[in-house]
Design a protein around this ligand. Structure first.
Ligand SMILES: Nc1ncnc2c1ncn2[C@@H]1O[C@H](COP(=O)(O)OP(=O)(O)OP(=O)(O)O)[C@@H](O)[C@H]1O
Length: 262
């Protein structure tokens, strides 16, 4: 078995007197897509934000490729984990075109020699399937799906090892959702990026993820391969969660199951 890409051990996060996440441990293998599901308030976003370094855990450890990620992260460590949000505007500068934003990141992080910056930006645009023409306009002129592609390009350009995606398609039309999920699958295959995908949408998880963690009240109550957990859930909470969603294989209907393995 290969060493885990992400190893979270005994994670605990409190907001004042609220224990949002309690003793949570899990791993993500290189190139694996792990889904994090559970009802609203179960602690999913808190875990994502802790892994991405936006908040400091009260206890526990987070290792990326064997490297301990502490309260203060080096530039390289920060690049290693990138976050994609439900609202792409959270990571986009409304005054900057995608092209300018990517150029700036490539330059600041010295990701390519000066003469090759534009080529590097074009490569990344190709990876997220955004045309150069669309990349030259401000985010406000893009459609929701295109804007999410721009936000994903912002993450991908930094060559992260792990992307944490928090409800990445919840704000999009179903047909656009499917194209973003296919993009994640191709990034995993092409770049070997691992994903932690936070979602309340079990059909998304079934379509995209290899394995799933089910959260309730800040703890993981069930975990395993998607095919097992979502077909024969063992925990009463997972059984209730599955019953609560209509049987709607929306992605499969619109796009077929194109899951690719690395
Ligand atoms: N900034 C905060 N201050 C205080 N309490 C918070 C804060 N953020 C989250 N919480 C609390 O922590 C718990 C976990 O919240 P979290 O947002 O991680 O859950 P979630 O599963 O992501 O929910 P949702 O699906 O609604 O986003 C909840 O009880 C929530 O009210």
């Amino acid at each position: 078995m290969s060493a885990p890409l992400l190893k979270v051990d005994g994670l605990r996060v409190e907001y004042g007197r609220t224990v949002a996440v309690n003793d949570v441990s899990f791993e993500v293998a290189p190139g694996e897509i792990v889904g994090l599901v559970g009802e609203s308030g179960s602690g999913k976003t808190t875990i994502g934000r802790a892994v991405a370094g936006f908040l400091t855990p009260g206890a526990g450890s987070i290792d990326l490729a064997g490297d301990r990620l502490g309260a203060t992260r080096s530039l390289a460590q920060r690049r290693g984990v990138q976050m994609v949000f439900q609202d792409p505007y959270l990571s986009l500068n409304p005054r900057l075109s995608t092209w300018s934003m990517l150029r700036e990141l490539v330059t600041v992080h010295r990701l390519a020699p000066k003469a090759q910056v534009d080529d590097f930006v074009r490569t990344v645009l190709g990876e997220v399937a955004l045309t150069e023409e669309l990349a030259r306009v401000r985010p406000s002129r893009l459609s929701g799906g295109q804007r999410q592609r721009a936000a994903i390009a912002r993450a991908v350009v930094l060559r992260p090892q792990l992307i944490v995606a928090d409800e990445p398609t919840s704000a999009l039309d179903v047909s656009v959702q499917a194209s973003i999920l296919r993009l994640f699958a191709s990034l995993r295959t092409e770049l070997g990026v691992g994903f932690l995908v936070i979602s309340h949408d079990l059909s998304l998880v079934r379509f995209l993820c290899d394995s799933v963690l089910v959260m309730q009240d800040g703890e993981i109550v069930e975990r395993g391969p998607v095919a097992e957990v979502l077909t024969a859930p063992q925990h009463p909470y997972t059984q209730r969660l599955l019953k609560a969603v209509p049987r709607l294989p929306s992605y499969a209907k619109t796009s077929g199951n194109n899951r690719e393995k690395p």
